[in-house]
Design a protein around this ligand. Structure first.
Ligand code: ZN
Length: 363
């Protein structure tokens, strides 16, 4: 409600006092945990700070079924136990001991967050910043190009593809969507179909995330520097629809491309890579990387035979289009250029030294 000229809006401390009064007045509020409610106010405070400080969006309302979760901090967050290899338990305030399936080692954390995803699964996430993955120290540089036909191509020639739903799964999904369209609003049946759709989507995104985790860990372990194209993914995936006065062009085509990019989880891949290998990810201007021949350097848009195949019009070099682009990305990265320079110096040095190693001339 704040506008210029009005007094400052209540901050975290003032809101905490209001919370105490509100809890005394409203039994339903008192039934909840005070720590959890205070944390929510703290989160709100942080969200406003972020909003006023820079690029963050305005805080939004939490929605039932979408933003389900809360944070536990302080002494209460320490009541976590491991029961055996598979199971642990946690004392959630006002709830009691809750068993949890351990998906990784219990960390030494000061807080945790409990969330419920759209598929109805509850998760417990501990706030820990993991150690970055150590660079192998072999000086290797890899270029990675995101593709639509494959998810990622490496300059080593490897093609990586993110698992996508099989034909049968897609059929089932379409079937569910049709059923949902026919189901009456607010009916039990509709709720069940929606839950099935949510489970389907969750399975798909779990697979995608798992693939991203495996791929990024592998890249961070194998290469010192990872060069990627500097895609403004947000701008690319923004709606091409435009306005009524100025309708966007290529709307259908762009919609297809958007689905491709988002389904392949490229944005998440870049984000996780930067977290796992901080300072070892280099972003490269992708201009012409898809049109340049990685064998002779010839640049022409005709080089691209089709979406998947690259064929150089100058030297007839034929390659997978995404791998060709990945090699170019590796070459134009600063790290790639440094490797090239080292190679050239090594050649020059060995040429200079040659006479010394040559047998002495016989007079
Ligand atoms: Zn060529």
């Amino acid at each position: 409600m704040w506008r210029p000229g009005r007094p400052a809006a209540p901050g975290y401390a003032a809101q905490c006092e209001q919370l105490t009064d509100a809890r005394a007045a409203e039994p339903w509020l008192k039934a909840g945990s005070q720590t959890v409610q205070q944390q929510a106010l703290r989160n709100l405070d942080q969200a406003w700070r972020n909003f006023y400080a820079g690029p963050h969006g305005r805080p939004t309302w939490r929605r039932e079924g979408v933003h389900e979760g809360f944070r536990i901090v302080g002494a209460a967050a320490q009541r976590v136990e491991k029961l055996n290899r598979k199971w642990g338990r946690v004392l959630v305030p006002k709830v009691g001991w809750v068993k949890l399936r351990l998906s990784r080692k219990l960390p030494d954390a000061k807080s945790y967050r409990v969330t419920r995803d759209r598929a109805g699964r509850w998760h417990l996430a501990f706030a820990v910043i993991p150690e970055p993955i150590q660079a192998p120290g072999n000086g290797d540089v890899v270029g990675v190009d995101r593709g639509v036909t494959v998810s990622a191509a490496l300059s080593t020639g490897e093609l990586l593809s993110c698992p996508s739903p099989s034909g049968r799964e897609q059929q089932r999904f379409k079937h569910l969507q049709r059923k949902l369209a026919r189901a009456k609003r607010g009916s039990n049946r509709r709720g069940k179909i929606r839950a099935a759709i949510a489970r389907f989507k969750a399975r798909e995104s779990d697979r995608r995330k798992n693939w991203v985790e495996h791929t990024t860990t592998d890249l961070a372990r194998r290469f010192d520097i990872i060069a990627l194209e500097d895609l403004r993914i947000r701008n690319m995936t923004k709606s091409a629809r435009g306005t009524i006065e100025a309708p966007g062009r290529n709307v259908r085509r762009k919609a297809g491309l958007n689905r491709g990019i988002l389904a392949q989880g490229w944005g998440l891949l870049v984000q996780r890579l930067e977290q796992k290998a901080p300072g070892r990810v280099e972003k490269v201007n992708p201009a012409y990387t898809s049109q340049t021949c990685s064998a002779c350097g010839h640049v022409a848009s005709e080089n691209r035979e089709n979406q998947a195949v690259f064929r150089c019009v100058a030297c007839r070099h034929k390659a997978n289009a995404d791998v060709n682009a990945a090699i170019n990305i590796e070459r134009i990265s600063a790290a790639g250029r440094a490797v090239d320079a080292r190679r050239e110096t090594a050649v020059l040095v060995s040429e200079k030294r040659e006479p010394q190693h040559a047998p002495p001339a016989v007079a």
